[in-house]
Design a binder for this molecule. Structure first.
Ligand code: UD1
Length: 426
């Protein structure tokens, strides 16, 4: 187990470059199973990406990597069953179901189950496959889907699920006839997947709107594609600049993808300047209080909720965050309280009374974005913080500690075993 140690209280200054988006890279890698050869550029070096690569290999693809470029080759017959260990590790593994179903005529994928941020069912994915003619059964924790040939269908999603939109879209590319997904997710990562598939000859229209139309084609051809920058990583480093009252420029971003976050940073009274591919934040005072409601894109992203809560914990007045996407995503609040934050949870609302100072403490990252939130709070807090559960952070942030160090943070990665042996552990 590795932990992070952060000596807080230093304003961050400088430039940081974002990597390719995790949430685009994962579905694009799954989608690479739909064609013989795909070259994917700007793939971030993350634990979740490594899990997806393992999964692609487990179902029979040949995957090679050269720094941030991944080559996926899957011309031969694929295995239709995904190993339990990989799906259990990462929920996004379920995204191979659509591609395997059309490639193999059947797919058996373990149910991903609950996770630290709530139930997260897959009923909408399955409803979509069923509408396209798949027979679905659930036995011994596995979802079995079979259909010699999928056909196009009219599919309405009860909620605009990102994963369900992506999974159905991938299957529909090689289905017979036209599929229409209504109330589809509009996230930039859905658009990126559609652009990737279209670059291989798919016929997808309307990605980025609530209605996506997919005209099935016989086969997809080889392609090479560059992943979009990670808007959640960008938001995290902007908040790092804001919370430490520093000045940070985040490069390799698409400002349009961050509109809701930038609007809230403005409302907090922070100076935000947008350029073509970069955003600068400059802060010299505490954030003003705001009300935030997480929503599907283009609303405020649930993945930025936890990091923003850290900023508001050090704000000037009382802020309210309503979490409407996931039902159990406030685990970071309790840990922030250990650092002196005043946060009350009332159902799906967090009431945050800003305090002038946080104090370093030992805190536990329970999930990826909760971990980011705690690190941000620790960067601004007085004294030393120990953040356990670095493995959660490594799922979604490449070179997190070194990027922050380049901005002037005092941060170190500690191996728990060495800490215990040296008596240095808190
Ligand atoms: C993706 C992102 C994740 C982000 C989330 C919401 C990836 C790899 N992960 O997750 O970082 O937090 O979008 O922006 O892209 N739901 C159902 N039935 C389903 C599927 C989802 O009820 O079959 C519900 C979920 O419980 C949740 C809501 O839909 O309340 C949104 O989930 P979804 O958009 O599917 O999230 P993911 O694709 O899992």
């Amino acid at each position: 187990m590795k932990n992070l140690v952060i000596w807080g209280g230093r304003p961050l200054r400088g430039e940081v470059r974002c990597d390719g988006a995790k949430n685009a890279a994962l579905p694009v890698l799954a989608g690479a199973l739909l064609m013989e050869n795909a070259t994917i550029y700007e793939v971030p070096d993350l634990a979740d990406v490594r899990t997806m690569v393992e999964l692609l290999r487990a179902v029979g693809a040949d995957v090679k990597q050269d720094r941030d470029t991944i080559y996926v080759s899957s011309p031969g017959p694929l295995m239709y069953e995904a190993p339990y260990d990989l799906v259990r590790k990462m929920r996004a593994s379920f995204l191979v179901m659509g591609p395997l179903l059309v490639r193999c005529g059947k797919a058996s994928i373990p149910l991903p189950g609950g996770c630290a941020i709530g139930q997260r069912p897959v009923d909408l994915h399955l409803k979509g496959f069923q509408a396209m003619g798949a027979h679905i059964s659930i036995e011994k924790g596995y979802v079995h889907a079979s259909a010699p040939k999928l056909h196009g269908a009219q599919i309405y999603l009860d909620v605009p699920s990102v994963g369900a939109t992506e999974n159905i879209m991938m299957a529909a590319c090689l289905a017979h006839g036209e599929t229409v997904i209504d109330n589809a997710a509009q996230e930039p990562e859905v658009v990126d997947l559609a652009n990737f598939l279209n670059s291989a000859g798919a016929r997808i229209k309307g990605a980025g709107t609530p209605r996506i139309r997919i005209d099935g084609v016989k086969e997809l051809r080889d392609t090479a594609y560059t992943i979009i920058p990670d808007r959640i990583e960008a938001a995290t480093y902007l908040i790092a600049g804001a919370i430490t009252q520093g000045n940070v420029t985040v490069d390799n971003v698409i400002p349009l993808h961050l509109k809701s976050v930038l609007a809230k940073l403005h409302e907090c009274g922070l100076e935000v300047t947008e350029w073509n591919k970069s955003i600068e934040i400059s802060a010299s005072c505490r954030a003003k209080p705001v009300k935030i409601k997480t929503l599907p894109y283009p609303g405020f992203p649930t993945d930025v909720q936890a990091p923003f809560m850290s900023l508001l914990s050090l704000g000037e007045g009382t802020s309210i965050i309503s979490e409407t996407v996931f039902e159990n995503r406030f685990a970071h609040a309790e840990e922030l309280r250990r650092m002196g934050a005043k946060i009350r949870i009332e159902g799906s609302n967090a009431v945050i009374e800003g305090v002038p100072q946080l104090t370093g403490a030992t805190v536990q990252a329970t999930d990826l974005r909760a971990g980011a939130a705690l690190c941000l709070a620790a960067l601004a807090a007085q004294g030393v913080s120990y953040i356990t559960g670095l493995e959660h952070l490594e799922r979604g942030y490449a070179n997190f500690a070194s990027k922050l160090r380049d901005l002037g943070a005092r941060i170190a990665v500690f191996d728990e075993a060495i800490e215990q042996a040296s008596g240095f552990a808190p």
